[in-house]
Design a binder for this molecule. Structure first.
Ligand SMILES: [Mg+2]
Length: 321
């Protein structure tokens, strides 16, 4: 199958979005931009064997590729509009493409984002997407606005995806029920778009947790002017499944340093607490205050006897020899 038939068969959909003037099929896409809005662009690449185990189901890969990008938009407080897809695949396996595109478009339709172009090439499996969204001008949530005295909040539960990865790799074991839940959290993160939109009015800084809480919180603190934080480890939100599979101590380590959570970490003035507690119900997402920001730099962990945190490495980083 050649490139053009592949795109036509698996990736071309009827346009529904009012933002898209010209979608797939020309040299470039044409999208509208509103004068009162700013465009937010995010991109993410997933390499087989680096970002996901080689045997991950193609439906999950399609879903996750878009989900991780939407998570970045959520962290900016943006509404997603359209995306570009770059696919490097070893062969044009029709079953693989059918499943991959099904997973991809299931999430695209849920959030009303339209595929407007991209590229395909033959080579070792590598998936990349670029997503465009918008905010009302001047309302983008950024990493650099945290203040000493702000409270520190996270959405959902942390550490599930890292435990899911250990289950897939056979490092940990679990019953079928816990396995399904935790591997589902690894492969099917829920982009917190609705939460992100609501946070524009209350948060001072925001980041999505992709490389582990300590690493991503570190970005907020650094960008906000070498601030520090106290994190109460006993407050970290853990799922019952995470605790059942590896116990509280290891689950806390995974929550602090495991990757792939795609939950939201944000800071807000203590005065915003009632509004944040309302958001919990409005957005139907768990929100937990886990500590506070302070002027003294570095992240201090309280609420634990530290000995169960000795194995912690803070976050994933790509390195080149
Ligand atoms: Mg991010």
């Amino acid at each position: 199958m050649d490139e053009f038939r592949l795109i036509e068969r698996f990736f071309r959909r009827d346009s529904k979005s009012s933002e898209v003037v010209v979608g797939i099929g020309d040299d470039g896409a044409v999208v509208k931009a509103d004068t009162n809005e700013q465009t937010i662009l995010v991109t993410d690449t997933m390499v087989a064997g680096v970002h996901f185990p080689e045997r991950t189901a193609p439906q999950d890969l399609g879903y996750k590729l878009l989900a991780v990008n939407l998570s970045d938009l959520a962290a900016m407080g943006a509404t997603p509009n359209w995306f570009l897809l770059n696919l490097v695949i070893p062969d044009a396996d029709e079953n693989w493409l059918e499943e991959f595109s099904t997973g991809l478009f299931s999430l695209a339709e849920e959030f009303g984002v339209e595929l407007i172009g991209g590229d395909t090439a033959r080579g070792p499996l590598c998936l990349s997407a670029t997503v465009g969204g918008h905010v009302k001008s001047g309302t983008a949530l950024m990493r650099n606005g945290a203040q000493a005295g702000d409270q520190l909040w996270v959405s959902g539960t942390l550490g599930d995806a890292a435990i899911g990865l250990d289950l897939v790799g056979g490092v940990l074991g679990a019953n079928d029920h816990d396995m399904d839940y935790l591997v589902g959290r690894l492969n099917r993160p829920i982009p917190r778009i609705v939460l992100g939109l609501s946070l524009s009015a209350v948060a001072t800084a925001c980041v999505d947790i992709s490389d582990g809480l300590l690493a991503d919180l570190g970005h907020i603190l650094r960008e906000s002017g070498a601030l520090g934080a106290i994190v109460d480890v006993s407050c970290l939100p853990l799922s019952p499944q995470a605790i059942a599979v590896c116990g509280v101590s290891l689950a806390r380590q995974k929550a602090l340093a495991g990757g792939d959570d795609y939950e939201i970490c944000f800071t807000a003035s203590p005065a915003q607490r009632p509004q944040i507690e309302q958001l919990r119900d409005q957005c139907n997402v768990k929100l937990t205050c886990i500590g506070s920001v302070r002027a003294l730099s570095g992240i201090a962990l309280t609420g634990t006897d530290n000995q169960d945190l000795t194995g912690i490495k803070s976050g994933y980083r790509h390195n080149w020899p």
